[in-house]
Design a protein around this ligand. Structure first.
Ligand code: GLU
Length: 388
């Protein structure tokens, strides 16, 4: 069959593929320790489920506006004002089928053939693929541990050309967990305004911060940068709602209107009654977020200490998200060989760094229970010891 050319330009998502493989192995009775997809192990908080159930029972089962339920768009605009200091109205917001879909809508609405999108590496693996599917060109700027895996203003400035349309900023970062400081965000904002390009700020991990780290939304730094900023966020990570598929994009009204047009011909509205769960998530107590954060804090400590005690591995301490990104180069293995052998020999699932543009690393998610972390770290130690 002759498929469309765009199909051969992209590869399936490795995070989803490895997570599915680990789940299938578990279903077959194999004792797998999975640190693959970034998916909190907690159930969705009861009050969020109850709100969706009530909506379901009261007949919120019909088509809704493609842009999202008006009440949810309003709740998101309020959240962006209160939490992030951004002055958006409901018409600046579109509700999407998850954070991934927000970004996909954005690429389709903003990127033309020939446009360049600057993406710092290590990056979340779907960014470049979305740019490709939209017909654009990714300009990858490689960072390393020496700058804390962050792009500097100088590096950004150097990557900008007359074709640059968009810069992708992700803090806290997937896969490294690093968080840009307010000063670093300010310095990047200056470059963006000066070059008159757009920035999409992927803030899906904004609530998952440790050791007093602060999240500063780039668009809150003044009118000029606000006009160039698009926010991508969602409910999956903070409220353990991965399977609900609810995200949102906020930005200039003209751009959001374009994404609504695109969405009206693709997915239409997000599952109507699920959106009522999202309203409850935003408008109820945020204690559930804090409880999950406390658990992540303990797990991060245990996993980080375990990784750094394994001779041959080294891992910097990230301030956010729920990933660790150790350097495995001393083992002499490439990340894909490392991950495949680790899964094969010790039934431990991790994501090879090559998927994120960093072949010297692997990514481990600690959004899983402590027992799995302890068992998995023992297995990892045996695996590495046998190789160095
Ligand atoms: N974003 C999560 C991860 O990186 C979920 C899987 C995916 O969509 O890539 O693990």
């Amino acid at each position: 069959m002759k498929l469309a050319g765009r199909v051969s330009q992209v590869t399936p998502s490795i995070t989803l593929a490895i997570a599915a493989k680990a789940k299938a192995m578990k279903a077959d009775g194999i004792d797998v320790c999975s640190f693959s997809a970034g998916e909190p192990d907690f159930d969705t908080p009861a009050h969020i489920k109850a709100a969706a159930q009530t909506a379901l029972e009261s007949g919120k089962t019909k088509y809704g506006p493609a842009a999202g339920e008006p009440k949810l768009r309003e709740a998101i605009a309020n959240k962006l004002k209160t939490d992030n200091g951004l002055d958006y109205k409901p018409e600046n917001v579109i509700v999407t089928n998850g954070g991934k879909h927000s970004l996909f809508n954005l690429m389709l609405a903003l990127i033309d053939a020939g446009d360049e999108v600057i993406i710092p590496a290590p990056y979340w693996l779907s960014y470049p693929e979305m740019v490709t599917l939209a017909g654009g060109t990714s300009v990858i700027v490689t960072t390393n541990a020496s700058t804390g895996y962050k792009i500097t203003p100088e590096m950004l400035r150097k990557a900008i050309t007359p074709k640059t349309k968009l810069f992708v900023l992700n803090s806290p970062s997937n896969p490294t967990g690093m968080v840009y400081s307010p000063e670093e965000i300010k310095a990047l904002a200056e470059v963006i305004v000066e070059a008159d390009i757009f920035v999409v700020s992927d803030e899906i991990y904004e609530k998952i911060l440790y050791d007093g780290a602060k999240h500063l939304t780039i668009g809150s730094l003044g009118e000029k940068i606000f006009a160039k900023t698009i926010i991508s966020n969602g409910f999956a990570k903070a409220y353990s709602m991965t399977g609900w598929r609810i995200g949102y994009l906020a930005g200039p009204a003209e751009l959001i209107k374009a994404t609504i047009t695109i969405q009206s011909h693709s997915t239409s509205n997000v599952c109507t009654f699920a959106q009522y769960g999202a309203i409850a998530a935003l408008e109820s107590s945020q204690d559930c977020v804090q409880e999950m954060l406390q658990a992540f804090t303990k797990r991060r400590k245990v996993m980080l200490e375990a990784l750094n005690s394994i001779p041959g591995l080294s891992c910097s301490k990230p301030d956010g998200a729920f990933y660790l990104f150790p350097d495995i180069s001393k083992t002499g293995l490439k990340s894909l060989d490392f991950s495949s052998a680790l899964l094969e020999e010790h039934q431990v699932a991790v994501i090879p760094g090559v998927a994120f543009g960093a072949d010297k690393n692997i990514r481990l998610s600690y959004a899983t229970d402590m027992e799995t972390i302890q068992k998995g770290m023992e297995r990892l130690e045996k695996f590495v010891k046998a190789r160095i």
